[in-house]
Design a protein around this ligand. Structure first.
Ligand SMILES: *[C@@H]1O[C@H](CO)[C@@H](O)[C@H](O)[C@H]1NC(C)=O
Ligand SMILES: *[C@@H]1O[C@H](CO)[C@@H](O)[C@H](O)[C@H]1NC(C)=O
Length: 471
């Protein structure tokens, strides 16, 4: 009995004192923490680090009320809205502000037209949305940890950053009860798509020790209590965010990809990279093109060879390089594509090229988003339908030294990533060390192990068995 009490006390103690609960967000991740409450006070604290200047950190959402904490131009903004009537709601959705001199419109001052056809203008000074921002000049997107404490009691609001920058505000208006029904979203707005929020960028970086009105969100979500949901996050703060352009990248699993935003010249581009893999298949690069054009570009591994498929408006042209690259060694690949010619060069050998059929468009009209190592779920079926055989298969292996038109690209440029880690952690003992006896079959297990299969008691060579602890 005493032991139980001691354990319970220890658990409570740990619950209160544990201050190292971290979570990583990758540009499309979020946590949904289901709470329903109507409160006159708000108490939120967390730490974060990111290189983004604009990102959503936390959203508590109700039918009309919401509380949003975001980064905007590297400053922290807290917006709380407790609209009290339909006119405010209307204003939030269809703001007619542009018809008024902007000098009369502050961040908390609303102009709405509840009786539109009588052209009556209702000016609502601060009864709905309140905003508080971090001090000007304090840059929060420097990848350092920043600590935020936000406390509101009725109209009194205090924002404290890193324990030293304190901003106090008295909110205008009379209605301070925040009515939350859809819960709290961290790092992104998830499936919550109300018009009044407008467009918000997802978080890419880490957050820690998130306490929302007394609830430890990370602990709650990690232990899968209630209906909390974590989408595409990982626990702990990933090393991916500390990487440089030189850092090698490992694509680990099905669904892995990264996306980078780079305009592609209409006259063509050159993409260079090095790869190390033993995979037969997998998507290396995909540009889905623009909605208004048929153009697209896919580069993939097919039967262990590099295959390029490009459409510039008059059908797809395919080029498969003759070399096999799936031998577990690094290979340097250079891809050239333009409206007239495509080419692949491997390991500094002369490029294999193909002229594109004449006709089609004069220029290439590709999209600004490059998907590397795989693509987003909602793009996969289309990619396959277009003839990209690995449209739904992620590349598994390592990439490094990527250059787009001679300028380095790497992990710091990534907008969204999934299933990748910083550094090349893939190694291929079957190819590198030949650990199995000649009659055995060696197969890769995980990212760096192997298994020898044969019809004898020992399938691993005696040399190999002696040099390691593996038996
Ligand atoms: C806000 O919450 C923190 C714990 O997360 C607590 O220490 C603090 O006293 C609370 N502040 C108010 C004013 O309730
Ligand atoms: C808000 O602040 C004022 C002045 O600082 C104080 O008199 C008042 O009691 C506070 N209200 C609440 C609800 O904390």
């Amino acid at each position: 009995m005493e032991l139980l009490m001691l354990l319970a006390a220890a658990a409570i103690f740990l619950g209160y004192c544990q201050t190292d609960e971290k979570v990583s967000f990758y540009g499309s991740s979020y946590i949904h923490f289901p709470v329903q409450e109507a409160k006159g006070s708000t108490n939120i604290s967390f730490r974060f680090r990111t290189h983004l200047s604009d990102a959503i950190l936390l959203l508590a959402a109700g039918k009309t009320d919401y509380c949003l904490i975001k980064l905007e131009a590297a400053r922290l903004k807290f917006v709380e809205s407790t609209p009290t009537d339909l006119s405010v709601r209307l204003m939030l959705m269809y703001s007619p502000l542009s018809t008024f001199p902007t000098s009369t419109i502050g961040t908390r001052d609303f102009i709405a037209s509840p009786v539109l056809n009588q052209r009556r203008v209702h000016i609502n000074l601060g009864a709905g949305e309140s905003e508080i921002a971090s001090p000007r000049g304090l840059t929060l997107n420097d990848l350092s940890w920043h600590e935020i404490h936000l406390v509101r009691q009725e109209a009194n609001m205090t924002l404290q950053i890193d324990g030293i920058h304190i901003t106090r505000t008295l909110l205008p208006g009379k209605f301070f009860v925040l009515n939350i029904v859809y819960g709290v979203f961290i790092g992104g707005q998830g499936e919550f798509h109300e018009l009044f929020l407008g467009h918000t960028e997802y978080m890419r970086g880490c957050m820690a020790d998130i306490i929302y009105n007394g609830a430890n969100v990370i602990e709650y979500t990690k232990s899968r209590q209630g209906k909390s949901e974590a989408s595409a996050v990982t626990w702990g703060c990933s090393k991916v965010f500390d990487a440089t352009k030189k850092t090698e990248i490992s694509f680990l699993e099905e669904g892995a990809f990264l996306s980078i935003s780079r305009p592609i010249s209409r006259t063509g581009s050159r993409w260079e990279f090095e790869l190390k893999t033993t995979s037969e298949m997998g998507l290396l690069l995909y540009n889905a093109g623009q909605a208004s054009h048929a153009d697209y570009l896919g580069i993939e591994l097919h039967e262990g060879k590099v295959r390029l498929l490009m459409n510039k408006g008059n059908g797809a042209t395919e080029l498969i390089h003759s070399l096999t690259v799936k031998d577990g060694k690094w290979h340097k690949v250079i891809i050239d594509f333009s409206p007239t010619i495509i080419g692949i060069s491997i390991d500094e050998k002369p490029a294999e090229r193909l002229n594109l059929p004449s006709g089609g468009n004069r220029y290439l009209d590709l999209a600004e988003t490059l998907y590397i190592g795989g693509t987003e779920l909602n793009k996969r079926a289309r990619a396959i339908a277009r003839g990209i055989k690995s449209g739904d298969r992620s590349y598994k292996g390592c990439l490094r030294n990527m250059l787009l038109d001679s300028s380095e690209i790497g992990l710091p440029d990534v907008k969204i990533s999934q299933g990748i880690v910083a550094g090349c952690i893939w190694s291929y003992p079957c190819f590198e060390k030949r650990p199995c006896i000649p009659s055995a079959t060696c197969s890769q297990v995980g990212v760096n192990s192997f298994e020898c299969t044969c019809d004898q008691p020992h399938c691993v060579t005696s040399n190999y068995a002696e040099s390691t602890t593996v038996s």
